[in-house]
Design a protein. Structure first.
Length: 531
């Protein structure tokens, strides 16, 4: 596979060194009674829903507050279409979930009495609007930056997601200066991404489902799915459309096709390259009878704006709803696997937008089990969307329900007797599954890091292992990213082959709950980390 598109220039590569998002400083524009924590967000954008019926009033307050900074706001839908006025509402995302207005903060020029820098800042605008209006502005939130979850890819916990500092850059591949603790998992040989040779046959399917039944379907929203002999087109759907429009990212910067798009020509593959293929390979191994739907959501840097997540989730769930309703243009989905997340700045006081939760609730109401990775920062701070369920002791305002399950998953070490040190933990993590030094499929990438030693003899090329030669199309990797699809695959196995005849939502929900319960019993039984 080529490492970059033919028309790629230095300008395209340089984009990889531009930090995406801004780290929130809780000390900026403080509001009494609101305790904020750091997160990463798009600096010039807010998301507004009509959770309380006050959308227009909230937008008016934001507009008036923006003027105090010398800024202005413009409204648009999640697809970028402009909304001409405050009164115009976007279309509902799916039945039962209000539409989302994307508010862009502009700086046409500083007002004479503006007491802020010219550059727009959505957090400052939101906090000042809360203070001036003496309202929490429920339904107004930041457009957070999410990251997908192999170890070492998080714009919040590293100084730069593309050029991380020590301990991730050792002085010598054989005598590293420092990787200790959770950072060990970054290094090849200790669970970091590296090529391997896998022997033996791959996943084999049995007999096709009986007449009137179909295969279980696992949807993966990630970086897409590359070419691999385990993942042919008859098993993986790689392109989804809704009403003639593509779902997810479709640009040329595809990390499952090109392994080295960014990095200032640093001589190594991008840290996120092949992530979606690896996840698809895990589900394929665990549930060979299942079909997969792959949607490219994250970019080649492993990052995704919350607004894109909301739009993509809504479109995928709408296709599933149409299928359940027997409409001809739907797509069957039984399990949804999400290996991404972010930390919300105000997760406990009712100030976070419930849009992602409501979308996942709609999916669960269709009988779709939702499986989320817990994150890799070795903390117990709840991540979104993994913690968006009624976990024991939770104060997130979510009540228990009888819908299909929402399962958050942390990572175990290979022996399953301990939790991987990088894995997030806490009462909001429902299960722990294999997620360290996992073997799975990988695109046939070849990076710039060459073998350390070569000495030819007897007309043979002889050398040590090339640490970025993936032409064998298999790899080892670590992250809660890979524990989540393990559980998703287990649920798919227990789900079996559903009937193609229309059934009530109650039937679909009960089937999902039964399958998830059986899968988690196996996962929990094999987890010996609490012994």
């Amino acid at each position: 596979m080529a490492s970059q598109p033919e028309n790629w220039t230095w300008r395209d590569r340089a984009e990889g060194s531009i930090p995406q998002g801004r780290v929130l400083d809780p000390n900026v524009e403080p509001v009494p009674g609101i305790q904020a924590y750091p997160t990463v967000y798009v600096p010039d954008r807010l998301l507004v829903t009509d959770e309380t019926g006050e959308r227009v009033e909230h937008l008016r307050r934001l507009s008036e507050t923006a003027e105090t900074f010398g800024w202005a706001i413009e409204l648009e839908t999640l697809r970028g279409e402009p909304l001409p006025g405050l009164e115009v509402e976007p279309d509902p995302l799916v039945p039962g979930v209000p539409g989302v207005t994307r508010v862009r903060v502009l700086a046409p020029g500083a007002a004479p009495d503006a007491d802020s820098p010219l550059a727009p800042d959505a957090w400052r605008l939101l906090q000042r609007a809360r203070r001036l209006s003496q309202s929490k502005l429920t339904g107004v939130g930041l457009d957070h930056v999410l990251s997908i979850d192999p170890v070492g890819v998080n714009p919040f916990t590293t100084t730069n997601p593309f050029i991380p500092t020590n301990p991730f850059i050792p002085t010598n591949p054989f005598i590293p200066t420092n990787p200790y603790g959770a950072a060990e998992y970054e290094r090849a040989g200790s669970g970091g991404r590296q090529p391997i040779m896998r022997l033996g046959a791959g996943p084999v399917r049995g007999v096709p489902p009986k007449a009137g039944r179909r295969r279980t379907v696992v949807a993966i929203l990630d970086t897409g799915c590359g070419e691999h002999n385990w993942l042919p087109d008859e098993i993986v759907t790689r392109e989804l459309e809704i009403d003639g429009e593509p779902i997810g990212l479709t640009d040329e910067a595809d990390p499952e096709v090109y392994g080295d798009l960014y990095g200032q020509m640093d001589g190594e593959l991008d840290s996120i390259a092949g992530h979606g293929t690896f996840i698809a390979g895990i589900v394929r191994q665990i549930a060979p009878e299942a079909n997969l739907v792959s949607v490219r959501l994250a970019d080649a840097r492993g990052l995704v704006d919350e607004s894109l997540l909301v739009r993509t989730l809504a479109e995928v769930i709408e296709l599933a709803r149409r299928d359940r309703a027997g409409e001809g243009d739907g797509t069957p989905i039984d399990v949804l696997s999400l290996s991404l997340g972010y930390y919300h700045e105000t997760p406990e006081d009712g100030l976070y937008s419930h849009t992602v939760y409501e979308l996942l609730r709609v999916a669960r109401g269709l009988g779709i089990a939702v499986v989320c990775s817990a994150g890799n920062d070795a903390v117990d701070r709840p991540t979104f969307p993994a913690s968006l369920w009624a976990w024991p002791g939770s104060d997130n305002g979510i009540a228990p329900d009888e819908l299909a399950p929402h399962v958050s998953v942390g990572a175990l070490n290979p022996g399953r007797t301990s939790v991987a040190l990088f894995s997030n933990v806490g009462p909001w993590v429902r299960a722990y599954a294999p997620g360290a030094a996992v073997v799975s499929a990988f695109p046939a990438f070849v990076g710039g890091r060459q073998p350390a030693t070569r000495e030819d003899a007897y007309a043979r090329r002889r050398q040590t292992i090339a640490v970025e030669d993936y032409t064998g199309t298999f790899a080892i990797w670590s992250g809660t990213s890979f524990a989540a699809p393990f559980v998703a695959g287990m649920i798919a196995v227990e789900h079996g082959a559903p009937s193609m005849r229309r059934a009530s939502r109650k039937v679909w929900i009960e089937r999902s709950r039964t399958a998830t319960k059986a899968a988690l019993e196996v996962v929990d039984r094999d987890d010996r980390s609490a012994e």
